[in-house]
Design a protein around this ligand. Structure first.
Ligand code: COA
Length: 123
């Protein structure tokens, strides 16, 4: 991955099939999202972050990084891109709405707030 840049953008209608196939391989229990950020490395899907917009927050419905690309900070980068989107959408919080590994959530700055794992948007 050294030197390759992760390109992140909102999922478009045309991504439907490739996202479905990616999840089938990388996380068969995941449901294809209706709204998401997709992360691409040299044109190949590397990560999918399913999201939902609420009044005060952007909710992370799912986050899947390709098996062979894990622990390379792609998950962290996808959350930072979601943070940038939250700033544009004037949302205050990022909230996990799915069960990610606790240590991962802690290391990327989320804290437990009444049973929800949240991170204040970084302006
Ligand atoms: C969870 C997941 C998204 C993390 O993505 P990733 O790209 O591997 O995570 P990153 O490399 O950005 O990790 C960020 C930090 O958390 C740590 N971390 C990542 N996964 C971890 C795990 N399973 N347990 C403990 N620490 C973990 C990393 O070591 C890194 O620490 P550092 O920044 O201090 O070096 C990925 O492992 C995945 O797709 N898992 C399967 C699907 C899943 O469970 N998704 C969560 C649904 S909400």
């Amino acid at each position: 991955m050294r030197g390759q840049r992760l390109f992140v953008r909102p999922m478009e209608a045309g991504d439907g099939e490739s996202v479905r196939l990616f999840l089938e391989i990388e996380s068969p229990e995941s449901v294809p999202p209706s709204a998401a950020l997709v992360g691409k490395l040299v044109g190949n899907l590397a990560a999918v972050l399913a999201m939902e917009v609420t009044a005060e927050a952007l909710l992370i419905r799912d986050l899947v990084v390709a098996h062979d690309l894990r622990k390379k900070r792609i998950g962290r980068f996808m959350l930072d891109e979601l943070d940038a989107l939250a700033v544009k959408m004037e949302r205050e919080w990022l909230v996990f709405g799915c069960d990610a590994p606790a240590e991962f959530m802690r290391r990327v700055g989320f804290q437990n707030d009444g049973g929800r794992m949240v991170r204040r948007v970084r302006r």
